[in-house]
Design a protein around this ligand. Structure first.
Ligand code: N01
Length: 533
């Protein structure tokens, strides 16, 4: 490859989050360049520095497994690490494995153009870098682009407006302020109890109440750490064999086989299990059987009613319109308890939606709220957002934006027909947040890197997938989604979190073992569904 004005590389990696960082390491024998939009490494854990940001999977699991020495050396202070510790870990890994020399920070990729003559991608970045490379790996994350609903009047509000995914590095002091908080998903539920402790008053604008269970976070005890360090290799293997790549206790009995007393005991234990998501796996059929699911929903509603003292507020906080686990279960620390504070008011914006921002605050269909600051935790243009924002031109000059106009199409979540040599990690129609993302990201990077190695060994110039194979994968994704309760909830999984967004079901909910086997089998069977040239 020789092209004036373009530097050459073997592989461009987009994004220095956890998957992108591991991809740099795994592919270090090639000439690798990584472009990152932020000033630092860590992806999600670089951007989401709002108060209370914390992982909801145990840190001994939610960490890299590729290097035994790294896992033995590193010490997590808590069971569920907070954002600063996750960012510190990402920085440690970047330094320890010499990744920074490959990364160009504050330099997002703006355009990718496939050069059919060269069988290579031309990469254009915001800072003017031009790279010609054979492969691109998009490790752009599935929760990258903040969703900012188009409320009128934002510019007229005289206070400060924040989005949790773009939190100021120096933090925010809400002391003495009247704060409006919009969004009661996983993010809002973590941030609000901390903001409520500072603010003069916190108004919580809730459209849909969330199911939430306590995280049970606590300092990591030495025995737990010793036990994990003695068994890391085998536990990492076990994780990959579980539905969500996480070692929760997967219940084997149907809720219907248990007496009401047994159910209550099992659910109580799950609630206090200190293992996030245990409620969803308390019985074998919580995620697949509507009646079994409703038993768990009612258990959580009873918990809410027992925690929140004001009955009207408690009722508003009880989710009734979708199954538990249909959207990602929220994990909190004192969220429901927060509503017992005198300085917290719950505002129902389902019955009276937010109509506009105005100079002094927020207007809903029912009234006005004077505020000094507004925090939006309104989620993300998830899964497709980051890919759709780059101008990506594939074979014949066809654009990814056009191809995905009605929703993303992929084969195995990894490639898109007509966009050769372009791989995605945690792309649309992979398990995404349904499986622990560091470990499954590592697995996807290895799978992708093995393909690249194999192509180089065989002297192949180009790998693509067919539209027929995309259709087969779409069928699989849809089939497994109709077997779960996910189909009954509107969320970022099915593109229904943003008005007008098209997409259908964008997450693979058939479980990680099945996903992994289908990916491996396709390669093993002579690259079934791919075309190699
Ligand atoms: O975003 P969300 P998130 N008017 O989309 C509301 C991961 N995560 O950032 O439900 C009023 O879940 C919206 O209301 P509704 C995790 O995978 C992990 O909280 O659409 N409200 C909802 O309440 C998670 O699933 C961790 O009716 C509006 C909220 O904004 C994912 O990130 C922590 C509105 C958005 O909730 C996303 O979570 C945090 C409007 N116009 C996040 N538009 C952990 O690991 C939106 N909303 C612990």
């Amino acid at each position: 490859m020789n092209s004036p004005d373009f530097e050459t590389a073997d592989i461009v990696i987009i994004g220095a989050g956890f998957s992108g960082m591991y991809a740099i390491h795994r592919l270090r024998d090639y000439k690798v360049v990584c472009f990152e939009a932020g000033d630092g490494v860590g992806g999600t854990w670089y951007w989401n520095r709002y108060p209370g940001a914390r992982v909801d999977i145990e840190s001994v699991e939610y960490s890299y497994g590729f290097d035994e020495e790294l896992q033995q050396e590193w010490q997590w202070p808590e069971y569920f690490s907070a954002q600063p510790d996750l960012e510190r870990y990402a920085n440690h890994v970047a330094d320890r494995f010499g990744l920074r020399k490959h990364i160009r920070f504050a330099n997002p990729v703006e355009k990718l153009q496939f050069d059919e003559g060269e069988n290579a991608w031309r990469v254009f970045t915001a800072k003017g870098d031009r790279v010609l490379c054979k492969y691109v790996i998009a490790a752009t994350g599935s929760l990258t682009i903040p969703n900012i609903p188009p409320w009128p009047g934002r510019e007229t509000f005289t206070g400060d407006i924040y989005h949790t995914a773009r939190w100021p590095e120096e933090g925010v002091d809400f002391s003495g302020k009247r704060v409006g908080f919009i969004g009661t998903g996983s993010t809002g539920i973590q941030a609000m109890p901390i903001i409520a402790e500072q603010a003069e008053h916190l108004y919580v604008f809730q459209r849909t109440p969330a199911y939430c269970m306590p995280s049970g976070n606590r300092p990591l005890d030495a025995e737990h750490e010793r036990d994990w360090k003695a068994h890391y290799a085998q536990r990492r293997e076990q994780m990959l064999d579980t539905y969500g790549a996480s070692l929760v206790d997967y219940g084997v009995r149907s809720a219907h086989e248990c007496t009401p007393q047994e159910r209550e005991a099992i659910l109580e234990q799950a609630w206090h299990s200190k293992s996030a998501f245990q409620l969803l796996f308390a019985f074998s059929d919580v995620m697949t059987d509507a009646a079994a699911n409703e038993i768990v929903c009612e258990f959580v509603r009873c918990k809410i009613r027992s925690i929140v003292k004001d009955p009207a507020t408690a009722e508003l906080l009880c989710p009734t319109t979708y199954p538990i686990g249909g959207k990602r279960l929220c994990i909190g620390n004192g969220y429901f308890e927060m509503f017992n504070r005198d300085n917290v008011t719950l505002v129902d914006v389902r019955s009276a939606p937010i109509t506009e921002f105005y100079e002094a605050g927020l207007r809903t269909a029912a009234g006005e709220y004077e505020l000094d600051a507004i925090v939006t935790a309104t989620g993300f243009d998830a899964v497709t957002g980051a890919m759709s924002r780059m101008a990506i031109e594939g074979v014949g000059g066809n654009t990814l934006a056009d191809k995905w106009a009605e929703g993303p199409t992929t084969y195995l979540g990894a490639m898109v027909a007509g966009f050769p040599n372009l791989f995605m990690i945690h792309g649309p129609a992979t398990p995404g947040a349904q499986a622990q993302m560091i470990t499954t990201g590592e697995w996807q990077v290895n799978w992708t890197a093995d393909i690249i190695d194999d192509m180089e060994r065989r002297g192949c110039a180009r790998i693509d997938v067919t539209e027929a194979s995309e259709a087969v994968w779409a069928e699989e994704v849809s089939m497994v989604s109709t077997q779960t309760v996910h189909q009954y909830a509107d969320s970022w999984y099915n593109a229904k979190n943003i008005e007008g967004k098209k997409g259908g079901f964008m997450i693979y909910v058939g479980g990680f073992p099945r996903f992994r086997e289908l990916c491996d089998a396709a390669v093993r069977d002579g690259y079934r569904g791919f075309t190699l040239a």
